[in-house]
Design a protein around this ligand. Structure first.
Ligand code: AMP
Ligand code: MG
Length: 488
């Protein structure tokens, strides 16, 4: 009997023709074992928690056994990588095992990442390593905890099969969930191959299943571009406001429904530096923190280009034109919220001046905003706990007096403001060193408890959780040598 049988599959992507994917089975791995499982994602699928420890579970989510009703395939896509068009990418190591329909929690496509070679592997081994699987698992759940749209993570399975990267590493698979894994690059591949019917088929599929409300429109394809552009602009504002750097914003990593997708060499900003480059392989800083909003817009242009055969140029331009204003408005709204200020013109200089000061003083992004909830707006208050985070204390004083003046002018109550600010300024983010500790314990000691501990803490990033105070600390000295690159 298959204990996972009540995962009811209804595989819509698999109904598309062979232009869109290749059917294949995962390649089995030797002696798979469970590394981590996420009860929140189990709930999304309606899976009972005790199934995690059933041998069939590990077999299914390491690619060693097939679930009833699943229809395994890898999808084709292309994309602009670091600004250059690459005509064929695709799921080089990911296999969609199906789409599970839950009566209350909607539909979730389930994808194994690291499931073996596919026709899109381009010389790669089709595998993922434990290190990068832990990073993807933890970050997608951390982003969800922060309220930022993202794919989710169900579990990690491991295998002692060695996987070669810069050195020999432990192999693993991470199982991801998303309503869909369609990317901007899923459209680009057909545009550049001049397969115009396939562009239309995929656009219709996307509209029907993920944007049904747009189907009524007289120009559904351009409103689709407009809606994806809007979601992308808002996502970029959310990334910027929380200090998240994606690291590889290629168009094949951009979700058509506006989720954060494909966690590789990402990083959360620590010492604030607008030019921060989290990806060690990004030598020119194309995807530096302060470039992300522009790259988001550029990527939307690539999407519009791919859909151009379905619309008038003017309509495409019109759809794209909303990006700038949408991003700017949402970003400033979020930043005002982070300062506990109303979203109005007078608040803007307080935001920009503070960021300038933070950059000059390399202040920890997360901790500074979190600490501002305790800002005393009384006349003459010193606020030393905040002030001491700046190298040049006097520079902070000048800003602080303007901030407290403004707070008094609007009649802000410090206690009420503190509660509001703590709901938008996280105490805990997935700092690289935190992930690194969990990775080292898993790799060197087969101790997976730190992964679960981090998942739990990061699922409630706005709660004080005083027992985990240490997890809000700035990186220790040893963490300076951690480098994350595209290798995964
Ligand atoms: P990424 O930079 O992770 O978004 O990957 C870019 C492309 O390379 C995608 O088409 C991936 O499927 C593919 N890829 C990455 N790593 C591997 C691997 N180890 N084996 C096969 N394909 C891979
Ligand atoms: Mg990718």
């Amino acid at each position: 009997m298959n204990p996972l049988q009540y995962l009811v599959f209804n595989n819509r992507y698999a109904t598309l023709s062979e232009s869109f994917h290749t059917r294949l089975d995962p390649t089995p791995v030797p002696d798979p074992y469970l590394v981590a499982w996420n009860p929140d994602a189990f709930d999304l699928l309606g899976l009972q928690h005790d199934l995690a420890h059933h041998p069939d579970f590990v077999a299914a989510f390491s690619g060693n056994a097939k679930l009833d009703g699943s229809d395994t395939l890898s999808a084709i896509y292309a994309g602009h990588q670091f600004g250059h068009y690459v005509p064929q990418l695709g799921d080089g190591r990911a296999i969609l095992i199906g789409e599970a329909a839950h009566p209350d929690n909607g539909r979730w496509e389930i994808q194994l990442k690291g499931a073996g070679r596919t026709p899109y592997s381009r010389g790669g081994d089709g595998r993922a390593v434990l290190r990068s699987s832990i990073r993807e698992y933890l970050c997608s759940e951390a982003m969800h905890g922060l309220g930022i749209p993202t794919t989710r993570a169900l579990c990690i399975t491991g295998t002692d099969m060695p996987v070669m990267r810069e050195s020999v590493e432990t192999g693993a698979l991470v199982t991801r969930l998303s309503p869909t894994f369609i990317r901007f690059g899923s459209f680009e591949v057909f545009f550049y191959r001049n397969q115009l019917d396939d562009i239309k088929t995929l656009a219709d599929f996307t509209l029907t299943h993920y944007f049904p409300e747009l189907l009524e429109d007289a120009k559904p394809y351009s409103v689709l571009v407009r809606e994806v552009t809007r979601r992308t602009a808002i996502l970029m504002a959310q990334w910027q406001a929380v200090g998240f750097c994606h690291g590889v914003m290629n168009t094949d990593n951009m979700s058509i429904i506006g989720l954060t997708l494909d966690y590789g060499p990402y990083g959360f900003m620590e010492a604030y530096d607008p030019g921060y480059i989290c990806n060690h392989s990004d030598h020119d800083g194309r995807y530096a923190y302060d470039q992300q909003p522009n790259i988001g817009a550029w990527n939307c242009t690539c999407l519009a280009q791919a859909l151009l055969p379905l619309m008038e140029l003017e309509d495409a331009q019109d759809a794209l034109s909303i990006y700038g204003e949408t991003f700017a408005t949402e970003y400033m709204r979020l930043m005002c919220e982070k300062l506990g200020l109303p979203f109005e013109e007078e608040s803007a200089p307080l935001v920009t001046n503070l960021l300038d000061l933070m950059a000059q003083n390399r202040v920890d992004y997360t901790n500074l905003f979190r600490s501002l909830a305790k800002f005393d707006s009384g006349e003459g208050a010193v606020n030393s706990a905040i002030r001491d985070q700046f190298l040049v204390r006097e520079a902070f004083d000048a800003w602080a007096s303007k901030y407290s003046e403004r707070l008094r002018a609007i009649g802000s109550n410090d206690e009420v403001r503190a509660v509001r600010m703590n709901r938008v300024n996280p105490k805990y983010v997935l700092r690289n060193y935190l992930a690194e500790v969990a990775i080292r314990k898993a790799r060197d000691e087969r101790d997976y408890t730190e992964i679960e501990k981090l998942r739990l803490i990061l699922s409630k990033p706005f709660d004080e959780q005083p027992e985990f105070e240490d997890y809000a600390k700035e990186p220790p000295d040893w963490a300076k040598s951690i480098e994350v690159s595209c290798s995964s």
